[in-house]
Structures are given as C-alpha cells and as structure tokens.
Design a protein around this ligand. Structure first.
Ligand code: WTA
Length: 656
C-alpha cells in the first residue's frame, strides 16, 4: 500500500448511520440485541455455533462433537450427516417456496430464465444422474469450467448432491491454468460449455479444455460433459465428450441426496499465494454450509422478499458462497448475470436492477470505479429505488468510490456493507451488520459473531489503536479452510507459521495488513505478501513469472504490482532476455499474449520493461521491494545496501 492511500484512509472520519426505515424492517433492530449475540458467540463459541447449526440447517444425523480443534486442524460438527444440496433445495420444497424463484438469470444477449426451487431441484437431480451415468461417485473430483449460466450453479449443486467435490475453474483461465488444476485435483470429469457471451463476443470454452487435455495433458480426466450455450461449432471426442442436452433425455429427475459426513470435502477452489503454484483450498460440508448460510443472513440482512444480486463470477469464492450456497440455503432469490458492463451497453447493470427489482446488490470496488468514470447519466436514467442494501468485496474501497456508490446507486438511503474475507475463510469475516453498525467509508468495520480477529505484530502481540500490523484470526470458525488439497504441510506453513504460535495460541494469517481504530473498526491496508490484486482478482507473481519464462525469449522475469486508479493494481513485469533476442515493442506484445494463452486474460501484464539485469541480493534473491518502487515511478525507499550491483538499479531507473 502506498503512502497516499494510507493517508486517505487515516483522514477518513465520516460516519454513516442506517436510516430509521432500514432499521425498522431489518433482522437486528437494536445494537444491544446484536451485541448480546456477539458476546454469546465469544463466551461459548461451541454452543453458539451448535445452536445455529441446529436451528438453521437440516441434518440427516446429529453430530457427536461440535468442534475438534487440534491446531491447525479443525473439525466441525464431527459425526454429523447432511447434504448441502438438500439444504439448498429439497427442504424448501415443503413450503410455499417451492414455486419461488431460486435463480433469476439474465444472459448477455438479452435472453433470460427464471428457475423456481422446484425446477432447480429437478434440474440438479437430472444433472446429478448424468454425472453418475458418466461414472461419477462420492469422493471423485469434478471440474466445472463454465460461463455464467444457470448450469454452472446446477453443476455445483449436482456434484454436492452425489458427494463429488467440485473444483470450479474461472472461465477466464486458459489451457495451462486449467491443466494445472485438473492434474493437482486428479479430476475425473470436466463440465464445460461450448462457449459463453462476453462483451458481445462468444468466448469459446470447450476448445480450451481440449487444449488442456491434448497430448495426454491431464490423464485423470475420463469424460467431458458439455452444455450447449453459444451454438459455436464444437468438436466432440467419441467416447470422451457428451452433450448435456442429449444425456438429459435419458436420465431420471429423481436423485436422492447422498448423506455426507460433516467433514467430507465439498469443494476445492484454487487460489494464488506467494510461492509456487496455486493452492487447492479445501472446504468441507457442514461448517461451510452453516457459515455461508449465517453470513448471508447477517451481513445482507436477508429477508424472504429480497431479490439479491451478487455480480461475482461463480469461478471465485464470492460466487460459491454468495451466488450459490449462501442465498439458496436461505431460500432466497439469487440473480445471475452473464454479461459485464461494455461499451455497447454501458447501463446494462442498472437495467438488470430495474428489470427485476433488485433489493440487495453486492459488487467489487473496481467495478464501482469503472462506473464512476462512465458517468452518472447511466444509473440516473434507470429506476433504482428497489435497492435497500449495497455491498462490496475483493479489495479496499477508496472513499471517493464509496461516497459515489452511496449517493448515486444507493440514493443515500442504502447502507453499504464492506466485507473483508478470503477464499480460505469460506465466508465474510469482518463486515457491518447493516442495521446496527454505522459505517465509515473504507473500513470493513467489525468482526462478525464468532470471529476473533486481531491485529498483531510478528510475535503475536496485540497492537495499539491505529498501529498497522498483521490481520489474524485467533479462534476456529466453521467456514475455515481445512487444508491445502494433497499438501497438509503447505497448509500449516502458509497460514499458521507466519506468526509463531505461543502458549497454545495459534494465529491464522493469510496475507493482509490492517489497523484497528479507536472505535474497534478494522481498516484493511492490502496484501503484505507477493500476491497482486488486479481488479479484485488475486494473482500470484510466481504464476505470471513462470508463464513468462516459459517463452523462449525470456531468461528471467520479475513481476510486481503497480498502483492503478481503476484496477487497484496492475501487473508490471521486468524481463531479461536470452542473448539471441533483443527488446522491441513487438516482443513485449507477444510476451503479453503468451501470458494470456498460458494463464488467461486476467493475468495479462499491463507493462513490460526489458532490462539487462534484475536487482538482486548477494545471495541471489530478486529485490522486489525495489522493483515495486520503480514500477510505481516513485523513489526507492529503504535499504539498498544488500544489493549485489548498484549499477543495475541505476540503469533501471534511467530506463524508467
Ligand atoms: C482482499 C475474495 C480490503 C484481501 C473474497 C484478501 C479485501 C483478498 C476485501 C482475498 C475488503 C477482500 N477490503 N481487501 N473488503 N475483501 N480483500 O481469496 O487482500 O479472492 O486477502 O477472496 O482480497 O481474495 P480472495
């Protein structure tokens, strides 16, 4: 985080109270009521979560033990049996919700679908039976590489229904990123679509899967199930590839939900860290179901009549917890939109809100900044009065964007919930309860019930108000990740050893720096590791560097984040070339394209800088701190005495 941002955060002192009208209709009507709940959650955490698990979810069999905590391994609701697809579907069929809209879907070209709970149940059962017919069974891993169409959610629920773990791969990833995930998770079946619509074009998906599978690239994959969406010409491999619309003709629409152990794996979701390839974050059934359910209810003040829209993609954790599982477990109506804001339709987001009367809207600061730039006339020419609550996630929100969101989109009447959490936490950790916690622009406010967050130094000591430190969690919560798939040692090292445990106290730490102000409000300052947050998407510098060095021209690559007013951060790559190549704009362009082909468009470097050498320490470590300073055009701060060759730095500075 740069100094300017820190200052703007420090100077932000405005406080916004929820309106009397909002409070009157909300789930929590008084601060006292909420504080009592939070106190109970801290005094008797196990009883607190057990009571909620009992009252909010359906269990085939009651658990024997609420929490088994052998740091850093937590097990929740040990011995309990349930199925999250049952909780998201079947139990709503016994009430009037049966014919309530579960998913309202809007396609980019303007087609749309409304799917009731009864219909969704039927679709999921059929999809589950099709997967079974292709050989899937409990414990298998199934990859889902899809556009934003209802079948993405249907496939997830179908996997959960038969007890296969899904691993959703964001549709913007390409062949190498897909291949790595398929191999790491030893995936048996891939669910994909011919293509999807994005910015008025068809983005082919099945061909990327074909590339990942070519040359025996992912030998564990036996079958590919293809949903027809874009009607693009699609090659099908005999005996491996099947069309969903053909298979469904022969499968039953009844499929009983498999009884799952509370700790059975529900899904793996890959996310970037500081070192190595992306980590397979593992979430299990019971704890995740409860945590995504409760946080949806608390943070979004969810009511029976809400039309709730989260604009994330199901390829990210936000889509998992707050498009699919959280809202459906609560029996809510969740909106799914295939498109994004684009030049040909700059008001499409506001059209969707007006068309369906969206009441709760959850999005990312990077999107808000883009809308702000496009001008108020687009939202102002639509009727947005149905909105009652707004949310943000993915990166710190700058006060200017917050105020714009509040004024222009929220009509100054909608509270804004700034929600801090991570793939690893399964659900929202720090966020306001909108009816009782006043908000301050740029702060995610206070930890949710049951969450013991603390800012500490490297030794685990608590810090004074407004002192920056490491954002840690000191007690297990049901939605926490259980392990890194196939690599428990990496789980321990990545999350539990950065701050040394002492006297039996363990600190979960996953990369963010923050401070807590005198009112107990948290202000997240950004990643303190080498993860770059580009437009709310988490990317590891290592992955991008590996993609770059796989190009024949590249000898060495060092990637850093550069502050960007729209995307938060942009990717800046420093490159040294093999001797037979020389720098040119054309080469820079083809390196960027190479990264797009290897990882995907989200990882395309904004800037490439060729250099004769990279600044290194005497022991050969690249000094990223210096490169970050150079990339941002600022002066190099801090110690440069460990630098092996000062000339390298001077040359780089000149070139920039
Ligand atoms: C960042 C997304 C500030 C943070 C749910 C975190 C945020 C990373 C916020 C996780 C927020 C997320 N304010 N920063 N409200 N929400 N972040 O795993 O750096 O894709 O560690 O999960 O996003 O990204 P991930």
């Amino acid at each position: 985080m740069n100094n300017q941002n820190i200052e703007s955060v420090l100077q932000e002192a405005r406080k916004f109270e929820p309106s009397a009208e909002f409070i009157e209709k909300s789930n929590f009507k008084s601060l006292q009521e909420y504080q009592d709940l939070r106190e109970r959650s801290l005094e008797e955490p196990e009883k607190f979560w057990a009571d909620l698990a009992q009252s909010q979810l359906h269990w085939f069999k009651q658990w024997e033990k609420v929490l088994d905590w052998q740091p850093p391994i937590a097990k929740w609701f040990v011995g309990g049996k349930l199925n999250i697809s049952y909780n998201c579907l079947d139990r709503h069929l016994h009430s009037w919700r049966k014919n309530k809209a579960a998913i309202i879907w809007e396609g980019e070209p303007g087609d749309s679908r409304v799917i009731t709970y009864a219909q969704l149940h039927r679709e999921v059962c059929q999809f589950a039976n099709a997967l079974k017919q292709l050989g899937a069974s409990k414990g298998d891993r199934i990859a889902i590489y899809m556009p934003m169409i209802p079948e993405a959610a249907i496939a997830m629920l179908a996997c959960a229904r038969i007890g296969a773990a899904h691993t959703v791969i964001f549709g913007g990833f390409s062949r190498e990123a897909i291949k790595d995930r398929l191999n790491d998770a030893q995936v048996k079946i891939v669910v994909t679509a011919d293509g999807g619509y994005r910015k008025d074009k068809v983005v082919p998906l099945k061909p990327q899967v074909d590339l990942a599978l070519s040359d025996n690239g992912a030998p564990s994959v036996e079958k590919v199930l293809v949903v027809q969406r874009s009607n693009s010409p699609t090659e099908m491999v005999e005996g491996r590839d099947y069309w969903w619309h053909e298979l469904r003709k022969s499968v039953s629409s009844e499929c009983q939900a498999q009884e799952m152990d509370s700790e059975d794996m529900l899904f793996i979701l890959y996310t970037s860290g500081t070192t190595g390839t992306p980590k397979g974050v593992v979430h299990t059934t019971g704890g995740y179901n409860l945590y995504s359910h409760m946080t949806t209810k608390w943070v979004f003040d969810l009511q029976e009549t809400d039309v709730y829209w989260c604009t994330a993609d199901v390829g990210w954790i936000t889509g998992h917890s707050y498009i699919v599982y959280g809202p459906l477990s609560n029996g809510a109506t969740t909106v799914m939109y295939e498109g994004v804001t684009r030049a040909s339709n700059p008001g499409c987001i506001w059209d969707v809100i007006e068309k369906y009367g969206v009441t709760i809207f959850y999005t990312a600061p990077t999107a808000i900044r883009a809308w702000l730039k496009m001008g108020e006339e687009h939202p102002n020419s639509r009727n947005l009065t149905s909105l009652r609550l707004l949310g943000t996630v993915g990166e710190p929100i700058n006060p200017e964007a917050w105020i714009w969101y509040h004024r222009v989109i929220g009509g100054e009447r909608c509270p804004i919930v700034d929600t801090w959490w991570q793939t690893e936490t399964g659900g929202i950790m720090i966020a306001p309860i909108p009816s009782v916690i006043p908000t301050k622009p740029g702060s995610c406010t206070q930890p949710l019930p049951g969450i013991q967050a603390e800012i500490v130094d490297l030794d685990g000591n608590g810090l004074l108000a407004n002192q920056g430190g490491y954002l840690t969690i000191k007690y297990p919560w049901p939605g926490m990740m259980r392990t890194v798939y196939g690599n428990p040692e990496r789980f321990r090292k990545s999350y539990w050893e950065h701050i040394q445990p002492k006297d039996g106290q363990y600190f979960y730490f996953a990369g963010d720096g923050a401070r807590e102000d005198e009112d107990g409000y948290f202000w997240v300052m950004g990643r303190v590791d080498d993860v770059i947050n580009v437009a709310g998407h988490r990317l590891g510098t290592m992955e991008i560097e590996s993609a770059l060095v796989s190009h024949p021209a590249v000898a060495e690559a060092a990637v850093v984040g550069k502050a960007d007013s729209l995307k938060g951060e942009d990717i800046f790559a420093f490159i040294t070339l093999e001797s037979s190549y020389s720098p040119s704009d054309k080469l820079a362009e083809s390196l960027k394209q190479h990264v797009v082909e290897e990882i995907g468009a989200i990882a395309r470097p904004g800037e490439i800088r060729f250099t004769d050498a990279l600044p290194k320490t005497r022991s050969g470590k690249i000094m990223r701190r210096l490169l970050r300073g150079l990339a941002s055009g600022g002066e190099i701060v801090g110690d440069t005495s460990t630098l092996e060759d000062r000339n390298v730095l001077d040359q780089l500075r000149e070139s920039i």
